[in-house]
Write a protein that binds this ligand. Sequence first.
Ligand SMILES: [Zn+2]
Length: 506
Amino acid sequence: MQRFDPPLSTRLSRALAAMIPAAALMLAGCATSVNPVSGRVDRGLMSEEQEIRSGQLIDQEVRKEYTPYNNPALQAYVNAVGQRLSAQSHRASLPWKFTVVDSPEINAFAVQGGFIYITRGLLAYLDSEAELAGVLGHEIGHVTARHGARADRDQKAIAGATVLGTIIAAAAGYSRAAELINEYGAPVAQASFLLPRSREHELQADQLGAEYLQRVNFDPDVMIRVIGVLRAQEVFARDEARALGRNTDETPNWLRTHPSNDQRLADIKRIAAQYTGKYQDEGRGRYLQAINGMTFGDSREHGVTRGQSFYHEPLGFTLRAPTNWQFQNAPNELGVLANDMSAAVSMRPSPQSRGDHNAAIRNLLAPDQGRTEAATINGLRATNFIGSKQGRSIDATVITLGNLDYVFVKMQKAEARGSKTNALRDIVASFRAMTAADRENAEPYKLRTVPLPKSNVPSTTPWAELARDVSRIAPHLRNPEAQLRLLNQVYPQGTIAAGQLVKVIQ
Ligand SMILES: [Zn+2]
């Protein structure tokens, strides 16, 4: 669903690993400094200079993995909104930088020293400059209150979908993601992205966000709508899970440890009620103009899912998922998961092996033992591997396309009793080079603003009519009416007057 980045290194994991020593440094603590928000002395916090320096290093790494979205006008607009807020914050003198990252995830995060990131995925669901300011104000709050060296995963439901280890862990029958991460050799540091911020920190960031909004003369009430956007995504994800026949009670453990958006909503309502006054216009027109034409959903650079096919144009491959299976696209991994979570294929590139399939298996799987067998898949050189590691069996295939080796690992829960074996094999066997026709299918969607039409048929809503247009352009988009409603903050219900500008997908 999300991203899949060439050259697919472990840079971000390294960046995250770098954050752990930074946090440890804070605890070891040589410095003592005054917290800019509380005014109290915080023992063991790094000096501001150290904080900026380490933030700059992490920022460099984040940028390699989360590439900035290529739209200078939009970048300038978001940065200007952020600068107005940070200039009014408790730490105006930090070298603040606000970046839109090219990701369909719904997320915003902050790195110490004043580096704030917001995904284009989240921008799509916001509806005004004031709401954008609300998100940025919250992230600024994490930095000004010195919440530490961790990246902020704000949107838990969506972030969860992107942390493939968790999902594959569920599919493979592991109780904890960490076990799987160790098992398959993914850097443990990746798990640090999963660590939730405490409810106290989230609450404080929401409070500071509201305060900074007020300081730039935006109504702090918009924070309620911003949290509402996250809440609506949760409701939608649950509705979709139900439609796909998934057990919605099977929430991964780590998700349950996050403060719920319901709780946040209640908290922020209480906070916003403390502010009264007259505020400037929300800047809806300016905002909609700035995001008009923005890529929506998957981007060409990270790979595009269309129906049961996945296309990665820069790497030139495509593969298919059987009916009732779906793709999960993460920075270093593409997953294909059975909807009932009983089986999954994980595909990871092996940038270092350069055609040496044994090296690819060693590097990515580190098995204790096993045997290989040469094969050909759609004209591509391949190697099947059956082996084991610490008593657990490994069933893998390596395929070379261009100058990259791709390692597929097939996983099946015991309760599937082998019923998914053929499907797993078919997924791997569908891997092939892209054709010109594939490239046409892989065209990314765009977000456009149009006036909401008057419904011509009294029994339908304008959303149903717009959804029909969207279906023609994007036949594979699931539940287009719900998607349009989410984009325009009227999910599951709500009305907008005819003639008002709304966001559509083209
Ligand atoms: Zn936060």
